[in-house]
Design a protein around this ligand. Structure first.
Ligand SMILES: Cc1ncc(COP(=O)(O)O)c(C=O)c1O
Length: 390
């Protein structure tokens, strides 16, 4: 532990378990620590390094914008905000869709639920067990994974949780008072849990029949990660509202709630608001990120790398590969903690999940076949040494 690490621990609330190193530089799928060692980051800095770490296009757009005008609020028009909004609607929306910009995934979900309540005049939200939607009160109330809500008071009773994947349970819970149904199309933190065939489409039909709005939390699944521009497009479902965050600004805090025309129709000035949301710096990062993502059609690489992983990660200890595109869960035959530690010793970063048997891969969508091969080889060595030791 260096002096500044000790200072960080002394001065920050101890809310995070940390890797035992400090990073100072990143490029593509790689990050470098202060000692100059490089790590292959297949966790993508918590799924944020969507088009790679510190992409030059974004760094340049942000520094140019910082020198021009760091900030002015939503009370004035902004050329770069228009560009960012148009790019997001073009990538993930349908004609007539509109965007509200904010700063984090939790906020984007709060705003989506508020819009659903405003559009329907109804109070209740249906959410799914095992989900994660963020840490602010409303987003946490919708979060179905109980451990995040444990000991938190004041979350209200206006959210009902139903099992993920259970259409009859959803049907029984969506009633005349239901404003919206919120879910992650693929539960990421839960362990890359896929929706059963027909489930998402069934929810869309249910929502339309019962006058509730369908909200897809695409904070992790959106923006090309699942091998399509959005999970909605990948599964052929039309949610009324979608939320995006994580890699939207390549690390500059940025998030968005995207509403189809019907859901947007009742929005009036003052209904939603944010000081920093839609600010010029964030929008410069969003516009540059989405431009690069679209020009390089990076979702196609996500689909190709998924196919490669499924083809080449054939180890007896991997029982199943869950997820889609580059949101993948390697389900092992037991807890993954030691394997993740051994990977870190080989300077490869991967993620865990609420399911202790799952290794989550959320690499930049630019990841190459060679880089995937490095993980494969490392896993082969680790599994072989453990078999030999056993
Ligand atoms: C699916 C999903 N929704 C919402 C959030 C919350 O996003 P944020 O941490 O930006 O508030 C996360 C964060 O990991 C997430 O994975």
């Amino acid at each position: 532990m260096t002096t500044f690490m000790k200072e960080e621990d002394a001065c920050l609330l101890p809310t995070y378990e940390k890797f035992p190193f400090a990073l100072e530089r990143g490029e593509g799928c790689w990050v470098w620590d202060e000692a100059g060692s490089r790590y292959l980051d297949l966790y993508g800095g918590h799924a944020v390094a969507l088009i790679g770490h510190s992409p030059a296009e974004v760094a340049e757009a942000v520094s140019l914008q910082a020198r021009r005008l760091l900030f002015y609020s939503n009370l004035v028009y902004s050329r770069i905000r228009a560009e960012a909004a148009k790019a997001l609607v073009g990538l993930c929306g349908e004609p007539g869709s509109q965007v509200f910009f904010c700063n984090s995934g939790a906020e984007a979900n709060e705003n989506a639920m508020r819009l659903a309540r405003a559009a329907t005049g109804r109070p209740l939200i249906v959410a799914t067990e095992g989900s994660f939607h963020g840490r602010t009160a409303g987003a946490l109330a919708a979060t179905g994974a109980a451990k995040y809500r444990k000991g938190v008071a004041g979350l209200g009773s206006d959210v009902v949780h139903v099992p993920f994947g259970d259409l009859p349970a959803a049907e029984a819970s969506i009633g005349a008072a239901t404003a919206g149904v919120i879910l992650e199309p693929i539960q990421s933190l839960g362990g890359a849990v896929m929706p059963p065939a027909g489930y998402l489409k069934g929810l869309e039909d249910l929502c339309r029949r019962k006058g509730a709005l369908l909200i897809f939390d695409e904070v992790q699944t959106g923006l090309g990660r699942v091998g399509e521009r959005s999970a909605a497009l990948a599964f052929g479902v039309r949610p009324h509202l979608q939320t995006f965050a994580k890699g939207l600004g390549s690390g500059v805090p940025a998030a968005a709630t995207l509403a189809v025309a019907d859901a947007a129709a009742k929005v009036r000035p003052g209904m939603l608001g944010s000081t920093f949301g839609g600010g010029p710096l964030a929008c410069a990062a969003v516009a540059a990120t989405l431009r690069t993502l679209s020009q390089r059609r990076l979702w196609e690489n996500a689909a190709a790398m998924e196919a490669l992983i499924r083809e080449t990660f054939r180890f007896p200890r991997i029982k199943e590969i869950r997820g889609k595109g580059l949101l993948l869960g390697l389900v092992l035959d037991g807890p993954t903690k030691d394997v993740r530690k051994a990977l870190l010793e080989k300077k490869i970063i991967v993620g865990g999940a609420d399911d202790p048997n799952v290794i989550r891969l959320l690499p930049p969508l630019t990841v190459s076949a060679g880089e995937i091969g490095l993980l494969r080889d490392a896993l082969a060595e680790i599994f072989a040494s453990r078999t030999a030791a056993a």
